[in-house]
Design a protein around this ligand. Sequence first.
Ligand code: SAM
Length: 287
Amino acid sequence: MEKLSNPQVTIETIKKYEFAFQKKFGQNFLIDAHVINKIISAADITKDDCVLEIGPGIGTMTQYLAESAGQVVAVEIDKNLLPILDETLAEYDNVTIINDDILKVDINKIVEERNGGRPIKVVANLPYYITTPIIMGLFEKHVPLLSVTVMVQKEVADRMQVGPGTKDYGALSLAVQYYAEPYIVANVPPNCFIPRPGVGSAVIRLNRYQEPPVKVKDEQLMFRLIRASFNQRRKTLQNGIANSGELSFAKEQIAKALESLGISANIRGESLSLAEFAALSDILTDK
Ligand code: SAM
């Protein structure tokens, strides 16, 4: 069969199955071979790789993944896509489709069963409404991973990549950068999808660290401090933390901790680096 990256083939397939796009599932299918090739080459896939694809849609990128990878496991929530995937992936014997919600399925179990627990690569054109829970879920559940190469909303890609002192810097930047090294591969305009999304997109590759770039005694406390600092963006970091429902530190305690790190008491969360959040967390751990 001719590839679905040819827009005509995608349109014919959708018509043939009378497939109705579901907005609630973030369904915007790729129709640009150039973009798909860019994703595949950025993901650096070889026949030794097991790839997890999140949301294969009608199988457009899956066709390319099946040709490059040893095996592909694709998790798709929309059961209406299953008969279409049966046809579009019929010629590949290294693809397994799992009809489930990626936020509910046990990914560690899939990696154990399909790849003997060895690290996988995640490649996807993500449903944008759940980008953050998908990515943070992969990291926080310690899924054995080499890299995550995904299409996301452009401004989310920017937030993942930036450092302190920029307007996009926030809890997502710090969380992603604790687990992985981000690299924006390409910006992708709306006309590469059907239907066209209302926002610009970007492909980002996240290289999973084997060891986090900073050492911290209590990871959970550090992430609570980060969330509290960015919850009330216009407040100083010490007010944000002192007012957090998740934490119980007095303002004076935080001021003292900041002072011992040589950081101004008036600082805002957006000025602190990951290493500084780790240091602050370590001081407050001992209290
Ligand atoms: N990979 C296809 C492509 O590039 O053409 C489709 C990408 S589309 C942006 C996102 C896909 O994720 C859709 O097929 C949608 O049904 C699926 N999806 C949405 N929510 C999901 C969930 N919670 N679990 C698994 N798949 C989901």
